[in-house]
Design a protein around this ligand. Structure first.
Ligand code: COA
Length: 206
């Protein structure tokens, strides 16, 4: 991708997104963040999040929301879309993405991640470091696959759901919208049906 980008969120995830964009040859103008000021990772903090909605501020630039919290990331991303802002994607050059995989606007794919054939990754998702999302998987908007998680073929992850670090989702598993698969869990097809994890809806690995 070309052009200039502003990153909303200057925390740890924001710095990772900045690094990915730089490695991908994208010009990052700086961050917006309510809690950070000055310079972060060599880039200026250009103001609070609200600046993104000031008339003209994002003219000629794309934006990406780099917040790990799914609800906030989705809300801010949607608000930007409503204003006609183009959302940037950030795909690490070391990620392996199948030729027919689809990756939505505003999504980040981390170092060493693998996205398989016919996978569909929605908008403003995170497929984090060394995660793999195999053939025919579908991630709805705002889903988050944490580092090292392994999604076998045909897994569906609902809107805003979180697949915890190192979790293994067996073929055809379904994660309902907004739910969390615990870190390290092993999830069989359609096994996340109970209301709370730790009781009956996740099977912990190890
Ligand atoms: C499952 C999870 C959501 C539970 O969080 P929580 O509701 O705050 O639960 P608690 O930390 O209070 O733990 C409750 C119990 O579950 C256990 N537990 C929590 N997470 C667990 C996990 N992933 N695997 C096994 N046991 C777990 C705790 O040890 C505790 O057991 P106890 O009641 O016998 O003491 C959370 O631990 C988790 O795995 N989140 C995913 C985080 C992640 O991968 N983020 C990625 C960021 S990049």
């Amino acid at each position: 991708m070309t052009g200039r980008v502003v990153i909303l969120g200057a925390g740890g995830h924001g710095r990772v997104v900045a690094d990915i964009l730089a490695l991908a040859g994208v010009c990052v103008d700086g961050f917006l963040d309510d809690a950070k000021h000055g310079v972060v990772a060599g880039l200026p903090v250009l103001g609070p999040f609200a600046r993104a909605f000031e008339v003209g501020f994002l003219d000629g630039r794309a934006a990406i929301v780099a917040l790990g919290e799914n609800v906030r990331r989705a809300a801010l991303s949607r608000a930007l879309c409503d204003r006609g802002v183009t959302l940037a994607t950030a795909i690490h050059p070391s990620a392996v993405v199948a030729s027919d995989a689809v990756i939505g606007a505003g999504t980040m794919v981390g170092a060493g991640a693998i996205i398989g054939v016919a996978a569909r990754i929605g908008r403003f998702c995170i497929v984090n470091t060394a995660a793999s999302v195999d053939h025919d998987c579908a991630l709805e908007d705002g889903a988050f696959v944490a580092p090292g998680a392994r999604l076998c073929g045909g897994v569906r992850v609902g809107e805003g759901a979180l697949v915890g670090a190192g979790a293994i989702l067996l073929p055809g598993a379904i994660v309902p919208a907004g739910r969390t698969v615990p870190a390290g869990a092993v999830l069989r097809a359609a096994s996340l049906g109970a209301p709370e994890f730790g009781r009956s809806d996740g099977e912990r690995a190890g």
